[in-house]
Design a protein around this ligand. Structure first.
Ligand code: ATP
Length: 277
């Protein structure tokens, strides 16, 4: 069943997943955040956040230091709960289910949602073992299947050609940029739907950064990507939509081209033109 509205937007309500359809796109909403508030003890770090993130898109989150970017992205896999003083109100629906609900098993969520961090953090193991680790934990034991997953994931992370002859070497022997792509391969090996990236290139040189950016653009064909970045040029280069946050609030959320060329809010304009932050 669908509801057609005057501006030809159709909302499919036949399943528990919301689909927004117009003449050119039909993309499912993967994360639907509604009235999210988060406190670290008394510190009100996220204030009434309302955001929709769609499948096969890159959503960038930008804003000055301390505005809540990392806090928000870490609520999307509930990593933020590792801080004991955290409390929340509101909801974050992931494919229709509220992940903040205590009945949601965090292990299940994290098999669907992978995360790549600011500093490459491979395990002190071989390249092969880094990538095979997740599938092994999920019970895959057959060597042939593990080999297949490792190769597919390394190809997916655009690093297979660089490492295929040294799979048994320690991942620490790779460059920072290569290590970050190993971490992305490790993430792909568990076949997530979503990849969260918290400043994934901030520790990388410009050439490695470019490779990871190219990779992100390719990965969005199969994954939904949400990336926190300090680098506005990066957000402009790789994302479909951009969120601008300030003091724990979402100031503006729109298509990336629109946000950078024609911001609606004066505070967004001031930030992207370098007047503060
Ligand atoms: N573990 C924590 N315990 C207590 N307060 C925290 C914790 N992490 C973040 N905060 C507070 O939450 C607010 C938002 O911080 P957050 O790290 O999310 O911002 P950010 O936009 O990611 O900043 P940056 O760009 O510097 O990484 C800040 O006031 C910060 O001090």
């Amino acid at each position: 069943m669908s509801i057609a509205t005057e501006n030809k937007v159709q909302i499919d309500i036949s399943s528990d997943n919301t689909t927004i359809e117009n003449n050119t796109t039909q993309k499912r909403v993967v994360y639907d955040t509604k009235n999210l508030n988060l406190w670290y003890a008394q510190n009100h770090a996220l204030k009434d956040i309302n955001l929709e993130m769609k499948e096969n898109e890159v959503t960038a989150i930008i804003g000055p230091s301390g505005c809540g970017k990392s806090t928000y992205i870490k609520t999307l896999n509930r990593m933020v709960e590792l801080v004991p003083v955290v409390s929340t109100t509101g909801s974050i629906a992931y494919k229709g289910k509220n992940i903040l609900d205590k009945s949601m098993k965090v292990e299940d969520l994290r098999t669907r949602v992978g995360m790549v961090f600011q500093k490459p953090n491979p395990f002190p193991k071989s390249i092969y073992e880094n990538v095979a680790y997740g599938p092994k934990i999920h019970g895959i034991k057959k060597k042939a299947l593990l080999d297949e997953i490792v190769e597919k994931s390394l190809r997916g992370a655009a690093i297979w050609d660089e490492v295929k002859d040294r799979l048994n070497e320690n991942a620490y022997g790779l460059s920072g940029g290569q290590q970050q792509r190993i971490c992305i391969a490790r993430c792909l090996a568990i076949e997530p739907d979503v990849i969260l990236m918290d400043e994934p290139t901030s520790a990388l040189d410009p050439i490695s950064t470019l490779k990871v950016e190219e990779l992100i653009k390719e990965l969005k064909q199969n994954y939904t990507i949400i990336i926190v970045t300090h680098n506005m040029q990066q957000a402009a280069r790789i994302s479909d939509r951009t969120v601008f946050m300030l003091n724990g609030e979402v100031v503006e959320f729109s298509e990336t081209d629109q946000l950078f060329s024609n911001p609606k809010d004066k505070r967004t304009e001031d930030y992207i033109t370098g007047r503060f932050g």
